[in-house]
Design a protein around this ligand. Structure first.
Ligand SMILES: Nc1ncnc2c1ncn2[C@@H]1O[C@H](COP(=O)(O)OP(=O)(O)OP(=O)(O)O)[C@@H](O)[C@H]1O
Ligand SMILES: [Mg+2]
Length: 589
């Protein structure tokens, strides 16, 4: 499908607007050229002394004024229509993208940050807008004007017309060599080096804190510096390459008089009617700039078309991820035990399985913990339960129902998920917690806050629950954010809890509070918890040791210690680290 018909599909209810706008813009361009011809008639009246009449000069003048005004008015209507069409397309593109994004699998948001999604939608919608609202109607004029001018120059005096063609053909051939072949290749290289420079600049700015801390100023600047040099060389090479052809082009396209005058002089000599020849020459000098203007504009037009195509492609690319198939015959979730049966999963584009033939069960009301090395696949396993992604092989079952056969809403109502890297919204704490249950009363929220051990955080903030997070310097530490996320989970009170413990925040104070909250949250619920601190898992009914996408060992704490395998090693390491901390503290005291 070409770019324009792609745009038309977004033009619901206003499909006729854009073609109409193009036609009106073309008419306006022709109307805009008419006064020049009428001026020619007026001057002819002056020249043909004796036969001229004041009334006909007046009539011509009025017509000229009329056409000029009509041209402006028609152009105004053309632009109004193109704007209405452009707004519709822009709105529909955004709506369409948002609709698709809402139905994307949750895992999509891992690879596409909110900033990236927003930028792609915003940038491309605005490129589309200016293309449809402004550039496309101008394109109609750019096409119609040189055609009209070409007809005119032959109608008035075909000999002068022929002469006019010489610079047009010459400049067009220079232009086509500049745009095609080598020029195209250069254009791509130019765009690439521009993009590289921009990326390096962003990377450089983003890395400034790290650079400062590690005193790596010169080293880190080098990559950015190199990309600037590359860009500079590219641009100066490009400029030098086109120095001659561009100068020739500019001289030729602006030098119509240079071609016209000698021929006009020749014609005067031949015909003797010097007044008419000069009059025609005058008209030609008025009309011919249209050619140079059109050629210039068509050059930008090419670029604009390219950008518009790119914009629509990038938007479609963003939303090209497959949506999760929704089963037609939903099965309702009744039980709350979880079972993984021969589950394998690999991330899109990855050549290694992140989860490899994993099977286990969590009986209703029991707690199972996942432990293991970083990158082993714990988070991935947990995320397969609420269908962040669908499994590639095997199946995940809740109460005997395959999660693929459940209704999205039903599935979500049964699971509370506390993420490894919880994000709070830039709104009040109350709102943040109420994401767990919008209908909750203030009393219920307060209870959840107490259960999640968040009371002390709330009391410390100036406006308590009504304090806005992320503004005016109110930020919470990672551990505190996880406790707020726990409060959310308490409020939701779903029968299944999936908890991905945060790694980075290990201050003992937070750890202790989170432990207490977790114990309460787990009461009577089916829990899958990913633990990085082994003290958290000692009480779990079953511990699964995950290594390279597989379950390497399983059993409870004591059973696993007896096996003297990976878990025992991890436990010993953990003990050492704990003692090391205590030892240090003793030294300080
Ligand atoms: N969104 C993603 N896209 C592609 N690959 C991913 C994605 N998330 C994780 N992976 C890969 O899948 C594997 C398992 O990662 P996972 O996050 O499940 O490990 P983990 O056990 O939770 O690690 P950690 O203890 O550090 O949290 C890793 O090799 C990782 O690089
Ligand atoms: Mg993880």
């Amino acid at each position: 499908m070409n770019t324009l018909s792609k745009f038309q599909t977004y033009m619901t209810g206003r499909k006729a607007f854009l073609p109409l706008s193009l036609v009106l813009s073309a008419i306006s361009a022709i109307a805009g050229m008419t006064p020049y011809i009428l001026i020619w008639f007026i001057i002819r009246e002056f020249i043909q002394v004796g036969t001229s009449s004041q009334t006909s000069i007046n009539t011509y003048a009025w017509w000229a004024a009329g056409f000029a005004i009509a041209s402006v008015l028609i152009y105004f209507f053309a632009l109004s229509l193109s704007h209405l069409a452009a707004f519709r397309v822009e709105t529909n593109m955004r709506r369409h993208a948002m609709k698709k994004i809402v139905h994307m699998p949750l895992g999509f948001f891992d690879n596409n940050t909110s900033g990236r999604i927003r930028k792609i939608i915003d940038d491309n919608a605005s490129i589309t807008h200016s293309f449809l609202a402004h550039q496309l109607p101008d394109l109609a004029a750019t096409v119609v004007m040189p055609i009209t001018a070409a007809i005119l120059i032959f109608v008035f005096d075909w000999r002068l017309g022929l002469v006019c063609l010489v610079p047009v053909v010459l400049s067009m051939s220079i232009m086509s060599t500049m745009m095609g072949g080598k020029g195209k290749k250069f254009m791509k290289m130019y765009m690439d080096s521009l993009e590289e420079m921009n990326t390096e600049a962003v990377e450089y700015v983003r890395g400034i804190p790290v650079v400062k801390v590690f005193q790596q100023t010169v080293f880190s600047f080098k990559k950015f510096h190199n990309s600037i040099i590359k860009y500079k060389e590219m641009v100066s090479g490009y400029t030098k390459m086109w120095r001659l052809p561009m100068s020739a082009y500019t001289v030729i396209i602006n030098g119509f008089a240079f071609f016209l005058v000698p021929v006009a002089i020749l014609l005067i000599g031949n015909t003797g009617n010097y007044a008419m020849v000069i009059l025609n020459l005058f008209l030609y000098i008025l009309i011919t700039p249209v050619f140079s203007l059109s050629i210039m504009k068509s050059m930008y037009m090419n670029q604009a078309f390219g950008q518009a195509k790119e914009a629509i492609d990038r938007l479609e690319n963003l939303t090209s991820t497959e949506q999760l198939p929704e089963s037609v015959n939903f099965q309702r979730i009744k039980g709350h035990d979880i079972s993984f049966k021969n589950v394998s999963f690999s991330y899109p584009g990855a050549n290694k399985k992140a989860v490899n033939n994993v099977s286990f069960e969590i009986q209703q009301g029991k707690t199972v913990a996942l432990v293991g090395t970083s990158g082993g696949g714990k988070t991935t396993i947990a995320r397969l339960i609420p269908r962040f992604w669908d499994v590639c092989e095997g199946g995940v079952f809740i109460g005997g129902v395959n999660v693929k056969d459940t209704e999205h809403k039903d599935l979500m109502e049964h699971i509370s998920f506390v993420f490894q890297n919880t994000r709070l919204f830039k709104t009040t704490l109350l709102e943040n917690i109420k994401y767990g249950n919008h209908e909750a009363t203030l009393e219920e929220v307060t209870r959840a806050v107490d259960l999640a051990q968040c009371r002390e955080i709330i009391d410390r903030l100036p406006n308590g629950l009504n304090t806005k997070i992320g503004t005016e310097g109110t930020y919470l530490s990672g551990g505190e954010q996880q406790r707020i996320a726990l409060a959310r989970a308490f409020l939701k009170n779903a029968p299944i809890v999936v908890l991905d413990e945060a790694t980075a925040f290990t201050d003992p104070e937070n750890e202790h509070l989170i432990q207490q909250a977790l114990k309460k949250l787990a009461e009577g619920k089916t829990v899958l918890m990913i633990a990085h601190r082994l003290t958290s898992v000692a009480d779990a009914d079953k511990i699964l040791v995950v290594n390279e996408g597989k379950i390497a060992e399983q059993g409870n704490h004591n059973e696993l210690l007896k096996k003297k395998g990976i878990y025992t090693k991890m436990w010993n390491e953990y003990q050492k680290s704990v003692q090391w901390t205590i030892g240090k503290e003793v030294c300080h005291v």
